[in-house]
Design a protein around this ligand. Structure first.
Ligand code: GDP
Length: 448
């Protein structure tokens, strides 16, 4: 990647749309615009951050390609920190390709995946945590994930990490002073104070790591399993929660032979919903395989919706299922309350939500309960970690800090603290590891 190249790409999805946005960034961005853009005003004096209406022309023939809106941003006041031009043209691939090709013929080159954001990183407009947040914003699957990504993009997580870093630097300063001037009268380094300070930093890291499991779930989706014996109404509930008929519903038992998985949003939370085969107890052949799959789904579930048919008495299979998820996070549901209630089991009756998957009765209360269980505390400005990369780095930094606390010599303390700082630096990109950065930007789309 040559930072002096001027890059171009369409920032909107390929295909037909009312508008498409073409982005250009680099030293030549504005002069290229001047070559292809005609407007009522002179293009030699285009003001930055002003939107101009005009047309893009073929510079060789003078032929008009499209009517567009053009905006120029001058460095460093742009997304990438370089001169940037954005052209909004009509969203036809023919038009987009023609404009991009014209710009390439004039000297620009096609941008690589995430190259605009990578330039923003390299030019110090954002750090690596914020660059990752750009990606998370584009791909956020629910409201909560969007909120988290925005906080991270605004630099809230970076602030916490920089603070953590500066606390370690402060300690290291004292440690190195002790190494350099061991006989100094004014003793700056105090072992007890040192341990307490390190302990406080480790606690902060622990808090971040604790929140990470919620952060990951918000991003990757909570796994909700609908469980119950055959014909209790699992597929009907599955379809109702999805808002469309995905699973086959039939009075004939055993319609769902294997599990189905779909994504949905419940109260702004991204969930992965599983409709399982309603077979429990003795099974052979495909049923035995389906049963095994249901068992592993139970293991991994964040929440189980265990359904009973309210219009029938509990049977052996119901009891077996009830016992198999005794220690799992679950909600008991008594379904078919639009029919006469025959279910009499007190354990189930006293502790369940009574619903009708068919008519929709009490589904809203069920959704409220699910939301409360998955995310008991509404996320306000809480910063959460949402990536395995961050978790791994923090775990490594934590280990170095613990080793620093228990180090036999002051020189080893300094070494461990340096190693911890190195790790923390990788989080924000202050410590630059090319292969990590390249891997992160490979996830981006072209034009971002
Ligand atoms: P599954 O085998 O547990 O997935 O059950 P299904 O969703 O396939 O439903 C079995 C039968 O029960 C179908 O005939 C459904 O229409 C019916 N059913 C499901 N939920 C309700 C309900 O709330 N009330 C009534 N009356 N029937 C229901």
């Amino acid at each position: 990647m040559n930072p002096s190249d001027t890059i171009v790409a369409c920032a909107t999805p390929a295909g037909y749309s009312s508008i498409a946005v073409i982005r250009v960034s680099g030293e030549q961005a504005i002069s290229l615009l001047q070559e292809i853009f005609r407007t009522a005003e002179s293009t030699t004096e285009l003001q930055a951050q002003h939107v101009y209406y005009g047309s893009v022309v073929d510079p060789e023939t003078g032929e008009t390609i499209d009517a567009v809106l053009a905006t120029a941003f001058r460095r460093p006041h742009s997304y990438t920190g370089e001169d940037v031009v954005e052209l909004s043209c009509h969203g036809n691939p023919l038009i987009v390709d023609r404009i991009v090709r014209t710009l390439i013929e004039l000297g620009a080159r096609t941008a690589r995946r995430g190259e605009f954001t990578k330039r923003a990183l390299l030019n110090g407009k954002i750090d690596l945590l914020q660059a990752e947040a750009v990606l998370d914003t584009v791909y956020a699957t629910c409201e909560q994930a969007r909120k988290l990504a925005l906080l991270q993009y605004e630099g809230k997580l970076s602030e916490m990490i920089y603070e953590l870093r500066s606390k370690i630097v402060d300690i290291l300063f004292l440690v190195e002073a002790e190494i350099d001037f061991p006989d100094e009268e004014d003793v700056l380094y105090d072992q007890v104070e040192f341990s307490a300070k390190l302990e406080a930093i480790i606690t902060e890291i622990d808090d971040l790591l604790r929140g990470a499991s919620t952060g990951l779930k918000i991003k990757e989706g909570y796994r909700i399993l609908i469980l119950g014996r055959t014909n209790v109404g699992k597929s009907t509930l599955f379809n109702r929660l999805l808002g469309h008929d995905r699973a086959i519903v039939h009075e004939q038992p055993g319609t769902t032979r294997d599990f189905l998985e779909e994504s949905a949003q419940i109260g702004g939370i991204y969930v992965r919903l599983f409709d399982t085969a309603g077979i429990f107890g003795k099974a052979t052949g495909p049923d035995a395989i389906a049963q095994q799959r249901t068992k592993s789904l139970i293991e991994d579930a964040d929440l189980i919706l265990l359904m009973f048919d309210g219009s029938e008495s509990m049977n052996e299979e119901d009891v077996l299922l009830y016992d198999s998820v005794k220690y799992k996070p679950k909600l008991l549901l008594v379904n078919k309350i639009d029919l006469n209630l025959k279910l009499a089991d007190e354990r189930v009756l006293s502790d369940s939500i009574k619903i009708s998957a068919k008519t929709g009765k009490n589904i809203a209360s069920l959704l409220d309960r699910v939301k409360c269980i998955l995310l008991p505390n509404e996320l306000k400005d809480q910063v959460l970690i949402t990536r395995h990369r961050h978790i791994d780095i923090l775990n490594r930094a934590r280990k170095y800090l613990i080793d620093a606390k228990n180090a036999p010599t002051i020189e080893t303390v300094a070494y461990e603290l340096h190693s911890a700082l190195n790790e923390i630096g990788e989080l924000t990109g202050k410590v630059f590891r090319k292969e990590i950065i390249d891997r992160i930007f490979e996830e981006f789309c072209i034009g971002k």
